[in-house]
Design a protein around this ligand. Structure first.
Ligand SMILES: [Fe+2]
Ligand SMILES: [Fe+2]
Length: 403
């Protein structure tokens, strides 16, 4: 996916109190390039961290956190793995594409190309951005394998966590493949520019600020999978409105996968909350304070700035996603609210002072974000009316989208 990663005004204090406290021993001398370990201090309440790498907190997982994940082994090999779909019953991209072995292949391609003529440029920008995000899958697998206690230590490890990560990646891999092939066949987008963007994005990685901490990592993935589900669900709906029913079906089946993955990651957080309510609520608040960065936030097509007076490609893609209502600041607030409800944060008990503070913070946050989003939407609508902006995207042969 995706877009619209921030709601201005809610930026936020960097960390929760407890994490701040743990970090106090580490941050004084930390600067880019330093690796400083708090574990070396006498009273550090953690086993192997946190440490600071390139100015960022890393390995903030506590001893209790590692114990929680050891305890979750049966859950991971049972229920979690059960949420994957066997390959035999999985859809494959070819199921939704013209069959190159068939005599009717060229006719099917012609029909596809005719059908896609109905897709407007702003739609093409959002679906290309979503496809590019899916295509940076190596980055997301790498991110999961940075998490303490759940990473794939060998590349073919038999632990349930490593098995999950590889199978999840394999399911996700179909998303980028299908969207990429479909868009290539339409002839509506500049595929070379799209490919340049994908190569740059994978080369740049992402910075989700999850600190190698599986608590933070799985809060992040729960949020992200739901955001992706929302975005693909909307591109499905819009494709249908524009008149491309096949593309609508494609976006719909991808959205259904995202929903299943969202459920899986949310279940992990539910299990964390059962075992370590304090740590779980504090981790949720920490990710919300830092804001969920979108996986493609480092995208670069090497042309956009030049075409648009220095404007950032991801920021402009986000504007188009907002304008087309594919993914908006209101969706961000809705996702947060959904997770607060799903994880029953308001009724978590047994919290210490940090946990209580985090609980209050996350429970109030969706309303606060929605309020800011409303004000921002009014301001943006006025600005767009008074001074409409034309954004040029290399992905659509440098045609403009008015926002
Ligand atoms: Fe996906
Ligand atoms: Fe996903």
């Amino acid at each position: 996916m995706l877009a619209a990663n921030t709601v201005k005004g809610v930026s936020a204090r960097r960390c929760t109190k407890s994490i701040t406290r743990r970090r106090q021993t580490t941050t004084t001398a930390a600067k880019k390039g330093d690796v400083v370990s708090a574990a070396a201090t006498a009273d550090a309440p953690v086993v192997k961290g946190p440490i600071i790498i390139d100015g960022q907190v890393a390995h903030s997982t506590t001893e209790l956190g590692l114990e929680v994940f050891r305890d979750l082994g049966d859950f991971a090999s049972g229920e979690l793995t059960g949420l994957l779909k066997p390959v035999e019953s999985s859809w494959q991209p070819q199921d939704y594409l013209p069959d190159p072995e068939s005599d009717s292949f060229l006719d099917e391609v012609r029909e596809l190309r005719e059908r896609s003529q109905c897709l407007p440029d702003d739609y093409l920008v959002t679906i290309v951005g979503d496809m590019i995000t899916e295509e940076a899958l190596p980055t997301y697998m790498a991110m999961l394998n940075t998490l303490d206690g759940v990473s794939d230590e060998t590349g073919a490890s038999g632990t349930p966590w490593a098995t999950w990560t590889r199978a999840w990646t394999a399911e996700e891999n179909r998303h980028g493949d299908l969207l990429n092939k479909y868009l290539w066949l339409t002839g509506r987008v500049d595929m070379r520019q799209v490919e340049v963007t994908i190569q740059n994005l994978i080369g740049s990685g992402m910075d989700p600020k999850t600190e190698n901490n599986p608590y933070l990592g799985f809060v992040y993935t729960s949020f992200q999978e739901r955001a992706t589900r929302v975005s693909h669900g909307n591109t499905a709906r819009h494709a249908k409105i524009h008149g491309d029913a096949t593309l609508a079906r494609i976006c719909g089946i991808i959205a259904a996968d995202e929903a299943r993955h969202e459920n899986a990651y949310s279940r992990i957080v539910e299990e964390i909350l059962k075992r370590d309510p304090n740590g779980g609520v504090v981790a949720f608040a920490d990710m919300m304070r830092k804001q969920i960065v979108m996986p493609a936030h480092l995208m670069n097509d090497m042309k956009h700035e030049e075409l648009n007076g220095g404007s950032n490609l991801f920021a402009d893609f986000s504007i188009v996603a907002e304008k087309t209502e594919t993914y908006t600041a209101f969706d961000y607030a809705d996702i947060m609210e959904h997770l607060v409800k799903r994880w029953e944060i308001s009724s978590v008990t047994g919290l210490n002072a940090d946990g209580l503070e985090a609980q209050e913070y996350v429970c109030k946050l969706p309303a606060r974000i929605r309020k800011i989003a409303e004000k921002t939407a009014v301001r943006k609508a006025k600005a767009a009316k008074a001074n409409p902006k034309d954004l040029k995207f290399s992905w659509i042969h440098e045609r403009t989208v008015s926002v």
